[in-house]
Design a protein around this ligand. Structure first.
Ligand code: SAH
Length: 252
C-alpha cells in the first residue's frame, strides 16, 4: 500500500440536527482537508470542517445528482493528495447510502478507509415521536425498507419485508405513498395498520403525521417536501389521533 496515501472516512452526519453528530465525526471534520457532502447534511455540520475544501456531491431524488462513479473517482484522487478525506452522508453511511459502491472503488484503488456510524433517520423519527420501535410485548423486529429500486436493480421484495417485521420503516417512500398503500393492502396487510410519517426528523421544521393504512394515499396531499419516512406497525397506535384510535379499538 502506498504509504503517502491518505485515508477516506465515510462519516454519518445523523438525521438532520447538527448536534446529533458523533464526537468522532466532529473530530474528523475538524482535521479534514477535503469534505464531500450529500444534500441532506445540515450546513452547520459541514461548517465544522473549518480547514477543508467543501464539495457538494449531493443527491435528492429527482434533482441533479453527482454520478456515483464520479464521486468514487473524486474520493480516490483526494486520498492521493490529502491525509484526511471525509465523505459525509446523511444519517448512517451504511443504510441506504450507497456506501458499498464507494468502498469497492476504494478497495480496488488500495485506498485505506474507515466507517464512522451515524444516527439513522429512523431513530431520529422514533425519538421525535417518543415511540420505541421495539416496544416490549408489541414489537420485537424492525425492518428498514425502501420501495425505491435503482435503475437496473432487481425487483426488491420490500413488501415481504414489511409483512414479516412487527415494525417497518420505509425510506424514500413518501412520493409513492399511493403505490405503497396499494401494494401493502394487496398483500393482505390490515387497513387499520397504524402509520406515522415524520418529515425533517430532529430539525425545528419537523412535522409529524399519522393515519391508518387505508388513508396512506392522502399523504400525497400533505405538502411533504422535506425528507420524510413512513413508519408502520402496532407501536404507532399511540400517535394516532384519539378519535381514530377509539374507532379502531371499537372494531377490534
Ligand atoms: N443514510 C440515511 C438514509 C439515506 S436515504 C440514513 O441513515 O438516514 C434518504 C431518505 O432518508 C429520505 O428519502 C428519507 O426517507 C430519509 N430521511 C433522511 N433524513 C430524514 C429526516 N430528517 N427525517 C425523515 N426522514 C429522513
Amino acid at each position: 500500500m502506498n504509504k503517502s496515501m491518505g485515508k477516506v472516512y465515510l462519516v454519518g452526519a445523523g438525521p438532520g440536527a447538527p448536534d446529533l453528530l458523533t464526537v468522532r465525526a466532529a473530530r474528523l471534520l475538524a482535521r479534514a482537508s477535503i469534505v464531500f457532502y450529500d444534500a441532506l447534511v445540515h450546513p452547520e455540520t459541514v461548517a465544522l470542517a473549518t480547514g477543508a475544501n467543501k464539495v457538494a456531491v449531493g443527491k435528492r431524488c429527482s434533482q441533479i445528482s453527482t454520478d456515483q462513479r464520479f464521486i468514487n473517482r473524486c474520493l480516490i484522487e483526494a486520498a492521493q493528495k490529502h491525509e484526511v478525506v471525509v465523505r459525509l452522508k446523511g444519517g448512517d453511511p451504511m443504510l441506504f447510502g450507497r456506501a458499498m459502491e464507494e468502498i469497492a472503488a476504494l478497495e480496488r484503488a488500495h485506498v485505506p478507509y474507515e466507517i464512522v456510524p451515524g444516527v439513522t433517520a429512523a431513530f431520529g423519527a422514533a425519538a421525535q415521536l417518543g415511540v420505541s420501535l421495539t416496544e416490549r410485548g408489541v414489537a420485537r423486529s424492525v425492518a428498514f425498507v425502501t420501495p425505491r429500486i435503482g435503475h437496473g436493480e432487481p425487483q426488491a421484495e420490500w413488501v415481504k419485508s414489511v409483512l414479516e417485521a412487527d415494525t417497518a420503516v420505509l425510506y424514500m417512500g413518501v412520493g409513492r405513498a399511493r403505490e405503497i398503500q396499494a401494494a401493502l393492502l394487496d398483500a393482505g396487510l390490515s387497513r387499520a395498520t397504524p402509520i406515522a410519517i415524520v418529515e425533517q426528523a430532529s430539525l425545528p421544521e419537523a412535522r409529524v403525521f399519522s393515519c391508518v393504512l387505508s388513508d396512506l394515499h392522502q399523504a400525497m396531499d400533505w405538502g411533504i417536501t422535506g425528507p420524510a419516512i413512513i413508519m408502520l406497525g402496532e407501536v404507532f397506535r399511540r400517535v394516532l389521533p384519539a378519535w381514530q384510535a377509539e374507532l379502531l379499538s371499537a372494531f377490534a
